[in-house]
Design a protein around this ligand. Structure first.
Ligand SMILES: [Zn+2]
Length: 289
């Protein structure tokens, strides 16, 4: 298995070097470029959804985002956003761009996306997986098993859309899903998945090797910068202690704290260089040798 992807990656790296318009030939493992892509905003959400213990009357707006990891001849998405009509009835969505169109500013077409890492099964992260017809889906084995199984025999499926589950099962029957087996799994060279955030049954976050050092893409395991800065668990977690432990671990994995990227904080789009509407590149000063 490892040997298969190693040879696959070598072929891709060779192809990337030979192709026109592709990335420059890179070392192995590649250092990736990483972009945060904002495809919508949801206004007026209770802050306590995001920050445990926030005042009941406090409201906040959420940046709806996904992240593109580019390198080694691959376009890898972390999460795929949402787009089906049914979600717009329940939520106050503004500035919406269909996730498959939101990458256009980076010159990436939907069919160019080679991989989608699903951080967790919530509708606003998993709904868009079927917009990217060439992509291999990576999801934690236990996340998939739980939400396609026993979650539905009780009230343990908040935020999970039944249609999204069926889509993922269908993609699996087409051989397009690869299961990630737990914590600290390097699924592609320089891209490692971590568990323990407990936003959902087995949510994952990702460490990515970049020219600025290791970047942590937390997705909803860390909702806002406020969680990290005040050391407060996310509002929606199955295990607050585990969530705080995961936040502490993100600090150890990331090259610097500024390279920990929360899942829904609009501030991400102010803190990094802007490439276009809703597009920033996640990078900082070069790491010290
Ligand atoms: Zn979520």
């Amino acid at each position: 298995m490892a040997r298969t992807w190693l040879f696959g990656m070598m072929a891709l790296v060779a192809l990337a070097g030979a192709g026109s318009g592709g990335p420059e030939p890179e070392g192995f493992p590649p250092t990736y470029r990483i972009f945060a892509v904002r495809y919508a905003t949801i206004e007026d959400l209770p802050a306590k959804m995001f920050v445990q213990g926030a005042a009941p009357e406090r409201k906040t707006s959420a940046a709806m985002a996904m992240w593109l990891i580019q390198g080694g001849g691959r376009n890898i998405l972390l999460d795929a956003g949402f787009y089906h009509e049914r979600f717009f009835k329940d939520w106050s969505v503004s500035s919406f761009v269909r996730p498959s169109d939101a990458l256009a500013g980076l010159g990436v077409k939907p069919e160019d996306v080679t991989d989608i890492i699903v951080s967790h099964m919530h509708w606003d992260h998993a709904d868009g997986v079927d917009l990217f017809k060439s992509a291999r889906i990576w999801i934690q084995r236990d996340e998939y098993a739980y939400y396609s199984g026993e979650a539905w025999s009780g009230d343990h499926h908040g935020g999970i859309d039944p249609e999204n589950v069926l889509t993922l099962v269908a993609l699996n029957t087409q051989g397009r899903v690869t299961f990630v087996d737990g914590d600290a799994q390097e699924i592609l060279p320089g891209i490692t998945c971590y568990t323990g955030g407990k936003h959902t049954f087995q949510s994952q976050f990702v460490g990515v090797s970049s020219a600025s050092g290791t970047v942590v893409l937390a997705s909803d395991n860390l909702y806002l910068y406020e969680n990290l800065e005040k050391h407060v668990p996310i509002g929606s977690t199955l295990d607050a202690v585990s969530n705080l432990r995961a936040q502490d671990r993100m600090r150890r994995i990331a090259a610097r704290e500024e390279l920990i990227i929360p899942g829904h904080d609009p501030g991400v789009f102010d803190r990094f260089p802007r490439l276009g509407a809703g597009l920033v590149e996640i990078r900082g000063a070069k790491p010290h040798p």
